[in-house]
Design a protein around this ligand. Structure first.
Ligand code: AMP
Length: 223
C-alpha cells in the first residue's frame, strides 16, 4: 500500500526524527522543505542569502517558492519505480500550501492518507532545539541530551561533522513557535474536518515519540 503522510507540529516537535525512524520500516521517502531550503542556502546562491535572512528571523518563506521546490523534489522521488509513499516534514505550513499540496498530489496520481500531529509545548521545543545537532553530510539529527552520538560532534553513520542550525538560537526558536501557532496551527482543524487527523503527545523522549507514531501508522495501514 502506498502511504502518504504529513507530520505536523511546531519546530522541534520531533517531525524529522520520527520521520527518519519510520521511513525505512515502511519504505517511505521524506520530503523536508526545511532541508531543501537549507541546501539552497548551502549552495551560496543569491536566493540562498535571502532565504537565510527570512529563516533566521523565524519567519516563513513564500508559499510559491516552497511549493515549487517541493514539487520538483517530490516529482523526482515519486517517479522512482520503488516509490511507496512519502512523509511530508515541514510542509504544508499554511492553508494556501495545503491547497497547493492537494493539487500537486492529484497531478501525480497520489492522495494524502493521514496527517499526524505531534503536539508539543513551547517549553519542551525550546529545550529540545537548543540541544539539537545535525550531521553536515546525511542530515541525521542528534540531541546532546536525549539522543547523543557515540562520539561527540561526529555522526554515527558516516563520520560527518555535527553542526548546529543557525535558526536554533533561543530567540529564533521562540519566534518560530509563534509562527507555527499563527500560520500553521489552523491546519489542525482543517485536516480534522477532513477526517484524516491523528495526534499524540510529543512532549516525551524521542523513543516514546517514535513508538507513538508507529502505533498510529500501524492503525492507518490496517484501516
Ligand atoms: P524546518 O526545518 O522545517 O523547521 O524549517 C526551517 C525554516 O525553513 C522555517 O522556520 C521556515 O523559515 C522555512 N520553511 C521550511 N518549510 C517551510 C514551508 N513549508 N513554508 C514556509 N517556510 C518554510
Amino acid at each position: 500500500m502506498v502511504l502518504n503522510l504529513i507530520f505536523l507540529g511546531p519546530p522541534g516537535a520531533g517531525k524529522g526524527t520520527v520521520a527518519q525512524a519510520v521511513m525505512d520500516k515502511y519504505k517511505l521517502v521524506q520530503v523536508s522543505t526545511g532541508d531543501l531550503l537549507r541546501a539552497e542556502i548551502a549552495s551560496g546562491s543569491e536566493l540562498g542569502k535571502k532565504l537565510a535572512e527570512v529563516m533566521n528571523a523565524g519567519q516563513l518563506v513564500s508559499d510559491d517558492l516552497v511549493s515549487e521546490m517541493l514539487l520538483k523534489d517530490l516529482t523526482k522521488k515519486a517517479s522512482n519505480p520503488d516509490f511507496n509513499g512519502v512523509i511530508f516534514d515541514g510542509f504544508p505550513r499554511t492553508q494556501s500550501q495545503a491547497s497547493m499540496l492537494e493539487n500537486i498530489l492529484l497531478g501525480i496520481n497520489q492522495k494524502l492518507n493521514a496527517v499526524i500531529y505531534i503536539e508539543s509545548s513551547k517549553e519542551s521545543v525550546v529545550k529540545r532545539l537548543s540541544s539539537r545537532w545535525t550531521c553536515e553530510k546525511c542530515k541525521k539529527v542528534y540531541n546532546t541530551v536525549s539522543l547523543p552520538p557515540k562520539s561527540e560532534g561526529i555522526c554515527d553513520d558516516d563520520g560527518g561533522n555535527l553542526i548546529q542550525r543557525d535558526d536554533d538560537k533561543p530567540e529564533t526558536i521562540s519566534k518560530r513557535y509563534d509562527t507555527f501557532i499563527e500560520k500553521t496551527s489552523p491546519l489542525i482543524d482543517y485536516y480534522k474536518s477532513k477526517g484524516i487527523l491523528y495526534k499524540y503527545d510529543g512532549n516525551v523522549p524521542p523513543v516514546d515519540s517514535i513508538k507513538a507514531a508507529e502505533e498510529i501508522i500501524r492503525r492507518i495501514v490496517k484501516e
